[in-house]
Design a protein around this ligand. Structure first.
Ligand code: IPD
Ligand code: CA
Ligand code: CA
Length: 275
């Protein structure tokens, strides 16, 4: 039991968090009908729309009211704020490039973390009508129905997913080597363009595994809890160690596939300078 969060309190907080996140999805659905106003962030590929900002403002206000003592680490507005103590960790629109192009693989990812460990995770897919939620020790759900990772036992039967960081040049060699290994060894490799959706799809068993470099805590915080509570594994690509928010790479899967997937991907791992 987490201090200050007995299971019945956590369960109630999860319900209220899911409601707030679900309400924020209305902003994304409304804006999806309008022309996009797009700005560039650090690079011409890294976009932000007025929707990212509007959803983050909504969540900051309403999540702040739920747990006033928690900090707020949101992708669009709180750089510099760390993961110490109790904090909401929020990606208002994960899959902004998809959203800018009208592709509906768009997620909102919200986690409540204690010293970087997620207690509550909600991933909403407002354009697909799916809301995923998990609470530490409470299980993992899609639209309130329990979910579980797949029981796929071999790589050849496995559908895996990955993503590409914006600063692709830093990782391109390793990523291309990983794809060259994973494409023939598995049933297929997908790249939806929204890491929180990828993690939710592992939690519910659609994907059997997912790996990516250079994700941020707001991309993964909710999804890792979804997977852990759905019976899956959350680790690192090149070593059998637990993943912690902020680590530079992530490998998730069902329990049977973890070591085979790691062994495959490790063969592609680059010299230290590139990884
Ligand atoms: C991005 C998406 C994408 C992943 C990138 C992320 P954003 O998040 O999750 O799938 O490959 O690394 O930065 O910018 O759309 O919130
Ligand atoms: Ca993101
Ligand atoms: Ca984002």
């Amino acid at each position: 039991m987490t201090p200050g969060f007995p299971p019945e309190h956590l369960s109630h907080l999860l319900e209220r968090t899911a409601l707030v996140v679900s309400q924020s999805g209305e902003i994304i659905r409304e804006h999806d009908l309008l022309p996009r106003r797009i700005r560039h962030k650090a690079s011409p590929k890294d976009l932000v729309t007025e929707t990212d900002i509007a959803v983050e403002l909504f969540l900051r206000e309403h999540l702040g009211a739920l747990v006033p003592e928690a900090g707020f680490l949101g992708e669009e507005g709180s750089s510099g704020l760390g993961l110490d103590g109790l904090a909401w960790v929020v990606d208002p629109v994960d899959g902004t490039t998809n959203f800018a192009h009208g592709v509906p693989f768009v997620a909102t990812s919200v986690a409540l973390c204690l010293d970087g460990a997620p207690l509550i995770g909600v991933v909403n897919l407002p354009l697909l009508g799916e809301l995923y939620s998990a609470g530490l020790g409470l299980g993992s759900f899609c639209n309130a129905q329990p979910i579980h990772v797949s029981d796929t036992a071999t790589l050849l039967e496995a559908l895996v997913a990955t993503g590409f960081p914006y600063r692709i040049e830093e990782h391109q060699g390793t990523i291309l080597r990983q794809l060259a290994l994973a494409m023939p060894a598995t049933q297929g490799v997908r790249r939806a363009g929204a890491a929180a959706l990828d993690l939710a799809f592992v939690a519910c068993g659609r994907y059997d595994g997912f790996f990516e470099f250079a994700l941020n805590p707001w991309d993964t915080a909710a999804g890792v809890l979804l997977i852990q509570e759905a019976g899956g594994r959350v680790g690192r690509i090149a070593a059998d160690v637990p993943y912690r928010l902020g680590d530079p790479d992530i490998l998730v899967s069902n329990a049977q596939l973890e070591s085979a997937l790691r062994a495959l991907l490790t063969q592609a791992c680059a010299p230290a300078a590139e990884a």
